[in-house]
Design a protein around this ligand. Structure first.
Ligand code: HEC
Ligand code: HEC
Length: 356
């Protein structure tokens, strides 16, 4: 072997390592494992219980009519079942309320990924003019006059009621909402009878011809990235004045130049102002997907069949993320069997807390 080959030979293992690490990561489905917990906010039973009380407490909204559970209802897999989410009376939201199951695994929260932790997220709906419309200084005082809360905060945090601690307790509760023991988990751990024959064929399509696992992989069936599939707009963004007002308000808050003429959801672009992010949204988890209709950031698809038809034709006009798949009716049926059956975990039993 001549000396000149050495650099080339050195490259071979490097290329192999790069190839191997890409391969085990992208496209690879993983069974459930415990959720990541940030060091500064460890889980304790008392904190989780406090967070649960706050989650169900209507005091958290400005006029005392709504709690987090109003839009993230345990009986509807922590969604509200609406296309465009419910909102503070007399206002409307502009997006679909995602489930809170497995949000602990998401690297980015909200459809446009504008927040990175559950602790940072929790105060957004509280303050938001079109959600709970609450004032944070006021809600602190509202909780400080309830002896049970004063005591609970002292016990859990060793101090007073603060907005940061409210958010920390709610986040701790949210980290308990996880999808476990689904047929998909059992299958991935080696139980060959966990999936029906149809669902097994569906899984093959999910990882193969359908290319779903290019973006929906890992424990949460999400790459934690953003893609512009060019999902059609919900007509309410053009027709419903309250939704239009919310859309423009949000765009104004995020310094969108021409917010007054906005007629679509700009998606991730709203946050990054990067052209490639126009109409891009975070890849959602598909865990519990059979329980969380309607679908997409704007709830524009009522059924999984509609979603599959959209994906099969290669997504919306002009998108660069998807190509037509050419799935037959039967292949779509298998894929749907997989989606409906496999990632559905045990129902999460919530014992409703007594709100002080
Ligand atoms: C009025 C309805 C409503 C209420 C009340 C509400 N939410 Fe939401 N929630 C939504 C909507 C809609 C979104 C998606 C918004 C977006 O992406 O822009 C969302 C998103 C979230 C997310 C991000 C989920 C994900 O997958 O990215 C979390 C976490 C969350 N809400 C927790 C809460 C908590 C905690 C409360 C109470 C403090 C609460 N929500 C109150 C409607 C609501
Ligand atoms: C290029 C990445 C990509 C590929 C490939 C892809 N998806 Fe998705 N998927 C997304 C994104 C991004 C969204 C969210 C779009 C939105 O909210 O507007 C989504 C949304 C969904 C939803 C709705 C989820 C919800 O909670 O609303 C389902 C169901 C779904 N995808 C299934 C599939 C299936 C099945 C395949 C394969 C046929 C597939 N996806 C291929 C990126 C992808």
């Amino acid at each position: 072997m001549s000396k000149n080959n050495k650099p080339v030979l050195l490259l071979i293992p490097l290329v192999c390592i790069a190839f191997f690490s890409l391969n085990v990561y992208a496209g690879h489905l993983e069974p459930f494992r415990s959720v990541p917990v940030p060091k500064h906010n460890p889980q304790t039973p008392e904190k989780i219980e406090l967070g649960k009380k706050l989650f169900f407490d209507r005091r958290l909204s400005g006029d005392g009519t709504m709690s987090c559970a109003t839009c993230h209802n345990p009986e509807q897999a922590f969604t509200d079942g609406q296309d465009i989410s419910l909102s503070y009376p007399t206002t409307m939201n502009w997006r679909n309320a995602p489930t809170l199951i497995n949000t602990a695994f998401q690297k980015f929260l909200f459809h446009d990924g504008r927040v990175k932790s559950l602790e940072d997220q929790a105060l957004f709906p509280l303050m938001s003019a079109f959600e709970m419309n609450q004032n944070l200084d006021f809600v602190e005082e509202e909780l400080r006059v309830v002896p049970e809360y004063v005591e609970a905060f002292k016990k859990v945090f060793g101090g007073d009621v603060t907005r940061e601690r409210i958010a920390m307790a709610i986040a701790a509760f949210e980290r308990t909402l996880v999808s476990v023991n689904s047929p998909l988990d059992k299958h991935l751990k080696g139980d060959k009878s966990a999936l029906s024959e149809d669902a097994k064929k569906g899984l093959e399509i999910f990882e193969g011809k359908g290319k779903c696992a290019d973006c929906h992989y890992g424990v949460n069936l999400s790459d934690n990235r953003f893609h512009a599939l060019n999902v059609p707009e919900n007509p309410a963004l053009l027709n419903e004045p309250r939704v239009i007002a919310t859309m423009r308000f949000t765009a104004k808050v995020y310094h969108y130049e021409d917010y007054k003429n906005l007629r679509e959801d700009p998606g991730r672009y709203l946050i990054t102002k990067n052209k490639k992010d126009r109409k891009a949204f975070r890849t959602p988890s598909l865990r519990e997907i059979s329980k969380t209709a309607p679908y997409m950031h704007n709830g524009v698809f009522k059924t999984l069949d509609e979603v599959l038809d959209f994906l099969n034709k290669g997504g919306g006009p002009g998108n660069k993320a998807l190509k037509p798949l050419g799935l037959t009716g039967e292949e779509k049926r298998y894929l749907k069997a997989f989606l409906t059956e496999a990632p559905a975990g045990e129902d999460i039993a919530i014992k409703y807390p007594e709100v002080p």
